[in-house]
Design a protein around this ligand. Sequence first.
Ligand code: CP
Length: 323
Amino acid sequence: MKNFVSVHDVENIDSLVQQALAFKNNPLSQVAVGKGKRIGCLFLNPSMRTRLSTQIAAQNLGMEAIVFNVGQEGWSLEFEEGAIMNGTTVEHVKDAAPIFGKYFDILAIRTFPALKNRTDDYSEQYINQVIRYAGIPVISLESATLHPLQSFTDIITIQEELRLHNIVSKPKIVLSWAPHVKALPQCVANSFSQWVNAWGKADFVIAHPEGYALDEQYTKGATITHNLEEALANADFVYVKNWSTYHDYGKIKCTDSSWMLTNEKMKMTNNARVMHCLPVRRNVELSDEILDGPNSIITQQAGNRVWAAQTVLSEILKSTNGK
Ligand code: CP
């Protein structure tokens, strides 16, 4: 593994999941793999889980992790090729990224979309520029369109649950849109769809109001419905997430609270486990009764972020150590 920016960087999802669960069982089993190595974690946007889990994962492998909140503490970066930098940006990624390449062995970066121009966001200019100029392996801590560490975690959590409850049949997984007060990126929904489809071992249904269709490159293969009740019937997992509109880009077109999951709606499921990447707006996106109830596996899910990050770091370290 050279970089980790999407599911396309993964050869075999199942073997990666096995490695992650092995790390969960024995966190320090590869404590020497990253000895003397350093990861730079650059945040252009806020984070709690991604930041902490990546640091813990690096430490479990014997690495040093340095976090740099570029968005708040660093010089404001320019990503546009040929930019005339007479505005607010101070340093070009062409100049900064090679320096990160000198300081670190692996670079990890979080860059949210602006949600103003779909073509710009979906070009993934920020992370692609970093990959181009850093000269070291790059890990996405969530980019403009994808959140691969989250999605890998989600597949780990689903497989862990299947194993825990001795479920051998193909699970029904529902990605359910939920309301939100802010226009949010499509990253988590895109990425979850991409990973579930690539994994290929589930009946995958996406439920959202009209106007919220995601980019087909991620959802192709899933059953798509605007009827939440129909989607929830016999579901084994319900992944709740808001996203803003993709086609008429970055808008809020629905605030209908009937899209919020409740215990009443859960009766239609197969005693489904409820997932969310967090942070979550309580009683807007998900009800208290679900979040505090027995079907929620969100804390387990967030805990698994460590094992996903540790597995990816281990894979990259092993592939670069031999060079
Ligand atoms: N799920 C997730 O990425 O959480 P943070 O934004 O807190 O990192």
